[in-house]
Design a binder for this molecule. Sequence first.
Ligand code: EPU
Length: 344
Amino acid sequence: MEIQKNKPLDDLNTFGINVGAQYFAEVTSVDEFGELMQLEVYKTNKKLILGGGSNILFTDCVYGIVVKNSIKGISVVSETETEVIVKANAGEMWHEFVLWCIERNYAGIENLSLIPGLVGAAPMQNIGAYGVEIKDVFQELEAINLVTGESVKFNLNDCEFGYRESVFKNKCKNKFFITSVTFKLTKLSSPKAIYKFKTDYGDIKNTLSEMRAYDLSIKAVSDAVIQIRNSKLPNPKELGNAGSFFKNPSISKQQFDELVLKYPVMPSYPQRDDSIKIPAGWVIEQCGWKGKVVGNTGSHKSQALVLVNYGNATGKEIWNLALEIQKSVKEKFGIEIMPEVNVV
Ligand code: EPU
């Protein structure tokens, strides 16, 4: 196994931040990870597991060892007449996996089309878009304890999924190397399968009708999602970004009632626990940040929640902008917005 020293990470994070890792290893199989674990350089250094680099902001060089997960492979574990259990290894590109499912008419993740990143990173923050989260189709995942090397399975409960949350962002943070994720999907080719496409969120219905997709299909829903994402979210290959920089905050009913008197058009989503979710993009726009360029960085013109790198931004510059935005939202609305991106 090759251990690289002073490895540049600019191509390995979608913000395109130009930092280096002290040590770097790419792992293409579970056995290879086992080999890596035997090396002194692994045992004696701080570890950072990197997936697609699409939800991370590097504010400094990484001291220690960066391990890139490149374990590939997708397979059907079992199936019934109407359902299929599919296992995807953690190093598969998420969107490639979605396309693999669409080709086979396996439904459940078509709304999650075009999300950047790798399969292994998807459960970390319970990726979600257009009314679907991976917890809705999640079966289990396999992971290796970074210190003991023990293989562990996590089922749905073990993962403690929440909105952009999981056990891997909390008590299991930096403790596991996820090797595969298994999903339970619906076989639309089966006449007995019962499945309802999720088209209620945002612009999906409008986009489908603009596309003249009168017969709903898994491909049509995926194409609509791709069209919406392309119209709002900058392509990280063209403009460095990590999607939504902040999570949508939840506020109390009382705070909402006070705010809505002042801002009657404020969008809001009531939650089951009586709290109210407010789109961070809206409050950031109201604070005047949308489309604003600050040095080499800024808030995107089509979606204020996305911070971008216009060229040579450093991670610190982007982080400073994030702090400015956070402060102004707190001052104007009394709402604390928290990063969704992993800031290291
Ligand atoms: N809005 C504004 N101004 C903006 C952006 C949004 O007023 O600049 C308003 C919109 O008009 C709408 C509301 O905010 O009323 C929600 O906007 P949108 O549908 O674009 O979704 P979002 O809440 O901003 C979330 C996810 C996205 C996901 C979309 C679609 C989070 C933090 N973000 O964004 O996820 O694609 O919903 O489901 O939950 C990501 O995590 O990286 C990501 C892109």
